[in-house]
Design a protein around this ligand. Sequence first.
Ligand code: XCC
Ligand code: SF4
Length: 663
Amino acid sequence: MAKRNENPSIDPTVVEMLEVAREKGIETAFDRAEAMKPCPIGAKGACCHNCDMGPCRLVGKHDRGVCGATKETVAARNLARMIAAGAAAHSDHGRDMALTLLAAAEGEAPDYEIRDEAKLREVAEFLDVPTKGRETMDVAKDVAEAALAQVGNQKGEILFLKRAPTKRQEVWRKAGVAPRGIDREVVEIMHRTHVGNDQWYESILMAGLRTALSDGWGGSMLATDITDILFGSPAPVRANANMGMLSEDEVNIVVHGHEPVLSEMILAAVNDPELIEYAKSKGAKGINLTGICCTANETLMRQGVPTIGNFLSQELAIITGAIELMIVDIQCIMQALAPVADQFHTRLITTSPHAYIEGAEHVDFEESHALEIAKELVRMGIDNFPNRGRTHIPKEISHLVAGFSHEYINYALGGFYRGSFRPLNDAVIQGRLRGVAGVVGCNNARTRHDYSHEYIMRRLIENDVLVAMTGCGAIAAAKYGLMSPEAAKYAGPGLREICETVGIPPVLHVGSCVDNARILTTLSQMATEGGLGEDIADLPAVGFAPEWMSEKALSIASYFVGSGLYTIMGSESPVANSPVVNRFISEGWEERIGGKLEFIADPEEAAQKALEHIDQKRADLGLEAYDPTRYGQSGDWLMQQFIEAMEAGQPVNLYSAKVPRLA
Ligand code: XCC
Ligand code: SF4
């Protein structure tokens, strides 16, 4: 086996479990990343295999492919295809959510209901569905059908664009990147990048932006909205994170992937008294449900189901020997889980028609009898409990408050008399907050696990930048305690004061991968609230994906850019083979659309550039320069109250806490 990277992770549970893996001779992604260097030609976007005259390597003396394609064309086509794949993944997820809503509305999925009717009606309005005097399920049916029509829309532009500031919409139309329909944009990228088609990097990349926007303001936004409609819009909820949440004496069931449709049913099933009794009959004390990746984020931010780790923890979780059943749905599920599970009693179950894994068991998840299937799965887990051998469960657990939907941010900061983004904008204008940041994305076995996430989050909050997090980055923040209200002590004076006053952590958990749409909505509302310009591009705001690896992350970053944000991704540039293309996605995109994309591997340099950008935007808005010594004289009373209540295990209800308004 390869020599293990000496510094693989900043998460002690990961380091501990890698040691266990080594003792047992089990190979993980960390080993494979060490043993197999990335292909230097592919890494910089120099390889084209779009036809059978290639693959062409545009390196050394070869500056054109057999067909004559240039470095620019090849790099741009590769990037556009990655964006399209990511957009497809998110948007297919959105489509599936719409199909679930439709099935629920038509009575074909009786285990699902509408948990957030207000949201249903709000979304209906954006989709031009009439609501007045209509039954909930009739509205739901029309909303589902309108959502599906958006996915397949052929002409004009998708309806959710009107949720953006007017100025942003104008920028999109002028640049020709207002997406028509989601499927159309994805298919068009595949067509455009086929051999012998679009061979001008600029138009390829502008089309790439349009496709990314169809994800952010289309597929992902639909996924988030419909998930809220079906399962409730998140509000603050206390939860725990890290591998210590696996149980020594209960049946451990882990949900992993991205869709809440199944995991919500599993959650209902594990609380079924009959199944709990059944678990006891098998010698377990109960049933313990936990999650990994974004399925975990979905159930974490709505019901406080613990997360045991992010992307790079998935194999290690099985190596604890403590998991009876791992149920996966779609996306970010390593094929390596199957051979690892083989070495333990763990049963690995795939459930989605989009995602089979050779060697795993497959149980087709049908919404028509969702709860019944969920119970069947839980029973499989219970039946497997007596087969458990020796376990090794790390002890680490950290606490967090999750569930910061944009609705809740609006509500909390707006105070109790009116929901509004005014106080947030005022805080930025006064310089209590230097700016805001959306930090998203994955883990990457090529970089030290969680290191850049943690580093960048800390640098941002100590500089009074309020951070909203999603995906595996959010799980990292949770593990290192940055999502607990106590983390206010790591924040700069202005941000700290706000956290203390409102009772929020300095790093907000806003959801899963598709929930980056919530960040767009929040920024859009900030831009329209007034005082910070008229466009998302005017805001002192940045986007980050410090440890990205998936194509979805590239789509997210691109729609952030398309929405006007300066967005920084960790890693070397995947288009480095063409300095022209590399410059175009930064300066070229900025000129045309107001946002720019840069790849900066060093987290300190990335943080510095982000702060410079925020300060520049402040100056452009005519705001006072940020001064960390101006604020931070307030007392700690609310936070103290909050922490004491949390520690005493009392329910903490942020809605009823008496919160003074921000000045
Ligand atoms: Fe996947 Fe959403 Fe990336 Fe994590 S962060 S590795 S995409 S699970 Ni979205
Ligand atoms: Fe080579 Fe052109 Fe074919 Fe790409 S499309 S593999 S550059 S010949």
